[in-house]
Design a protein around this ligand. Structure first.
Ligand SMILES: Cc1ncc(COP(=O)(O)O)c(C=O)c1O
Length: 500
């Protein structure tokens, strides 16, 4: 097993205990309750600075890091990001609202998304934010609002990425069985290049809409540097085609979106890809063993499951932020001039989500109950006071999070068990992994790398109030999102008159 805790991590093991910055996680649970999301301010600031430094080092003009608000839009988090001099990529009126309240400069806010709400377009123009156009239907709304407000709308066109030169499997595809270029085509984001050209020509004739640049976002299909190199090359080629079609138009800014992996990368390609084949083999075996009678069948299955079925979170770290910055900037610097794009004064922007937020957050949850089945198959369930419904973002992407028993952090993990949640579903949060042999109710488990997309995608399934979030700064911890109460869960319900 690799050591999940790396250098410059906000996490450390001190004696038996897991610490985040200088806070003992067990004390956090005592003070703020369980379950709990915890974010490290130092990790967040450090990640931002690494993005800023490494991209600035590789690029000769302006660089603006515009983290994707969707990854974690808690107000205190956005305030820290604004304080670090970043911009912000927003997708909805709610995210625009938090961006404006957090102190981002409007010209460093990219208003993304499809479809866009007409009010959002109006507010963006009124405040001077960039509109990143992602559908033909936006254009009349932009023109109308710009005219009514008597302002110039500043826009970029979002190009739908294609990637014909890279066709390894996509981590986003079911079972990892679909090539990246095909999986990318299925994604709705971005305008097909002929629409970019058509709209570009129209905008260049308008006097209240200013085209300033282009955007692309591909997503985390693959984490290899070869993938990023190909993405940047394709983007440069697309920009070259658009430039030619627009009579030599030179963008002033380009935005390469997000999609880079966080370092422990809970995507867990390794397990994820083997799973369908393992399941098929098990299915065929269990079917054919039927003729031997159930006693023999269970004996054989018990042996196979015990010996072979074990999952483990990703064992191979993703490339570093610095590697990513280097491959993106060197490829763009080589490919853009080849395609006729002038680098002088060309501002480079990016919108990291998971790679910036992922390892800033952990989730602490308490072991409540243990069930050990001995016959006909051996199976152990450790049931925690959390649920997969609070990790919807990760569950949709087949995440397998690294984990540490926070009060038994130095105890060897020698026994197999399923980590399951409390909802009425199977709720196999981390299936069949190694746990300490003496795990018992009251133990605290920390799920790592939950800083991106998990907390914002929680639901109230089983009418469960959602847990709160604390921010840790050195040895201090402050609530940044309150835990819900049962009253909160039912706050939106209305009983119509005839049922009262
Ligand atoms: C336009 C845009 N930019 C950035 C991101 C962030 O992506 P990631 O979290 O993979 O870095 C997203 C995520 O969907 C996005 O849609």
């Amino acid at each position: 097993m690799i050591d999940p805790i790396q250098y410059d991590d906000c996490l450390s093991i001190r004696g038996r205990y897991l610490y985040i910055e200088d806070c003992n996680t067990i004390d956090l649970v005592k003070e703020f309750g369980s379950p709990l999301f915890v974010i490290s301010e130092a990790q967040l600031r450090n990640n931002i600075r690494r993005f800023q430094q490494s991209f600035k080092q590789g690029w000769d003009a302006d660089v603006m890091i515009m983290p994707a608000a969707k990854a974690n839009w808690v107000s205190a988090i956005q305030r820290i990001i604004a304080d670090e001099g970043c911009g912000c990529d927003i997708y909805s009126p709610g995210e625009f609202d938090v961006a404006m309240r957090s102190g981002f400069q409007a010209q460093h806010i990219s208003v993304n998304g499809v479809p866009k709400d007409p009010n959002l377009i109006r507010m963006a123009i009124a405040k001077g934010a960039r509109i990143t156009i992602d559908s033909l239907e936006e254009m009349p709304m932009i023109q109308q609002s710009a005219a009514e407000l008597n302002k110039t709308a500043v826009v970029r066109l979002r190009i739908k990425p294609t990637l014909s030169g890279f066709n390894k499997h996509s981590d986003f595809s079911p079972g990892g069985l679909i090539a990246t270029d095909l999986a990318a085509l299925a994604y709705k984001g971005g305008l097909p290049i002929q629409d970019v050209i058509r709209l570009g020509r129209e905008i260049l004739k308008m006097n209240n809409v200013r085209l300033i640049g282009f955007h692309q976002h591909h997503g985390r299909h693959h984490r290899s540097l070869a993938y990023w190199k190909e993405q940047m090359k394709t983007f440069a080629q697309d920009l070259g085609r658009v430039r030619t079609a627009l009579d030599g138009f030179q963008p002033r800014e380009i935005d390469i979106g997000g999609g880079f992996a966080s370092r422990r990368d809970p995507f867990n390609a390794e397990t994820h890809y083997a799973e369908p084949f393992e399941m098929l083999a098990l299915h065929l075996l269990s079917k054919s063993l039927k003729i031997l009678g159930s006693k023999v069948r269970y004996k054989v299955l018990n042996y196979i499951i015990d010996k072979s079925m074990i999952y483990h979170p990703n064992q191979v770290m993703a490339p570093t932020i610095e590697d990513y910055a280097q491959i993106c900037t060197t490829t763009l610097k080589k490919q853009l001039p080849k395609n006729g794009i002038d680098l002088k004064g060309l501002s480079l922007q990016l919108e990291p989500g998971r790679s910036l937020h992922g390892d800033t957050g952990i989730h602490l949850t308490t072991l409540k109950s243990i069930k050990s089945t001995t016959a006909p198959l051996k199976w152990k369930h450790l049931i925690f006071d959390t649920t997969e419904f609070w990790f919807t973002g990760g569950r949709l992407e087949h995440h397998l999070h690294e984990y540490i028993f926070a009060n038994k952090a130095n105890v060897p993990r020698q026994e197999k068990a399923d980590i399951v949640g409390r909802s009425c579903y199977g709720d196999r949060l981390i299936p069949t992994i190694q746990v300490p042999r003496d795990a018992q109710p009251g133990d605290i488990l920390a799920l790592l790398d939950v800083g991106a997309y998990q907390e914002p995608s929680m639901s109230n399934f089983n009418a469960m109030p959602r847990p709160g979030t604390v921010l840790v700064t050195d040895n201090r911890a402050s609530v940044i999102r309150k835990a819900e109460t049962i009253e909160d869960v039912f706050r939106r319900d209305v009983i119509p008159q005839h049922l009262r």
